[in-house]
Ligand binder design. Structure first.
Ligand code: KG4
Ligand code: ZN
Length: 341
């Protein structure tokens, strides 16, 4: 009997569903929420309402694209956290109802662990190498920045993490300062391609260990842009590409220093990237170059698997299913769920 997992993701502002059979991707559907763009950030109340509207059509499409019926699903995996409580509740309640109605197991998934497990999704007609354990994963998203020692599919240890803002937050907040739309990370990436990364220098915050800190960078960037604009009106507009390139370069340098230190300290030579910021072209290149120059095997997910998706939830649920790690019907979402150790 094939093992068919329906994965559901609703932790922030994407409603997503995916079907994975025996570890192979069969469908991956995502409905984004444009409603937040005009507010310059995710509005939790609007996010949960949009999830409520999207969840049924998204799951329906995921099943149809996989060419299966709801009766073929062996188990349903859902994001238990971390994330926005109202958003998590929609996916969790749907998954509970689906499991109950179909009399199949319910599998809770940690969103952070799931981001890392994208490296184990197999796709029809695409051959790829899987990381071998242990490997170090730099998990960089809008809400989290962590260096994780991945010992097994379901066993992970956080080596370092941000003590304030996440790297994605630094991208998004600095983009807002420059008047770019939300989420600003992809916009900075685009402008940076035509800019000079050495044009401006910003302080590179260091914590002296494997942790990160990005709030100081955001503040110094704000003062720099504000002062420059005061002295020279129009500075921002004329220097947008150089500002984006220099800021992106700084964030990447900060991320890379601890990633390299973590690899050297642990002696772990396989390195992976995960999370929304792993879509950044500069970061992808920096990690790939480091791997080539220092004999590290690096794993960089394709961009569609970096930002939030349900294929990562389905693959995580698949590995839990293999170990009979199921959840009870009285499970509740956890907005601040930590990565498992
Ligand atoms: O993993 P994700 O989709 O959601 C969270 O779990 O947070 O990550 C979203 C974050 C946002 O901060 C967004 O600006 C950032 O990923 N991001 C990027 C790029 N694409 C997405 N940051 C820099 N460059 C990109 N190309
Ligand atoms: Zn995420």
């Amino acid at each position: 009997m094939p093992i068919t997992i329906l994965g559901i993701e609703s932790s922030c502002d994407d409603t997503a569903a995916s079907v994975i059979t025996d570890g192979i991707l069969c469908s991956n559907v995502i409905a984004g929420q444009d409603v937040h763009i005009r507010y310059g950030g995710v509005v939790p109340e609007l996010a949960s309402r949009a999830h409520q509207q999207n969840i049924v059509p998204v799951v329906d499409l995921a099943l149809r694209e996989a060419g299966i019926s709801k009766h073929d699903v062996s188990a349903v995996g859902f994001t238990r956290g971390p994330g926005l409580m109202g958003s998590l509740l929609v996916g969790t309640s749907f998954a509970k109802g689906f499991a109950l109605a179909m009399d199949i197991p319910l599998v809770e998934v940690n969103h952070l662990q799931a981001h890392i497990l994208v490296h184990f999704i197999r796709e029809p007609g695409i051959s790829k190498e899987f990381p071998s354990f242990p490997f170090i994963c730099l998990l960089v998203s809008g809400g989290h920045t962590q260096l994780v020692l991945v010992k097994d599919h379901l066993s992970m240890e956080v080596l370092g993490q941000t003590i304030d803002d996440a790297a994605g937050e630094a991208f998004d907040k600095c983009a807002k300062i420059m008047g770019l739309p939300y989420p600003g990370g992809p916009w900075i990436d685009r402008h940076a391609r035509d800019g000079d990364a050495e044009a401006f220098r910003f302080a590179r915050p260091s914590t002296g260990n494997l942790n990160y800190s990005f709030s100081g960078l955001k503040t110094s960037f704000l003062y720099f842009v504000r002062d420059a604009e005061k002295k020279d009106p129009g500075f921002l507009e004329r220097n947008l590409n150089d500002l984006c390139a220099s800021l992106q370069h700084t964030i990447i340098q900060v991320l890379m220093v601890n990633l390299i230190n973590a690899s050297e300290l642990t002696g772990v030579k396989e390195i992976a990237l995960a999370g929304g910021v792993a879509a950044n072209s500069g970061l992808r290149k920096a990690v790939a170059d480091y791997g080539k120059q220092h004999g590290r095997q690096v794993y960089i997910p394709r961009p569609a698997f970096t930002t939030d998706n349900a294929a990562m939830i389905a693959i995580n649920a698949y590995y839990k299913y293999l170990k009979n790690e199921f959840s009870a019907q009285n499970i509740v979402p956890e907005a601040r769920l930590k990565i498992s150790i």
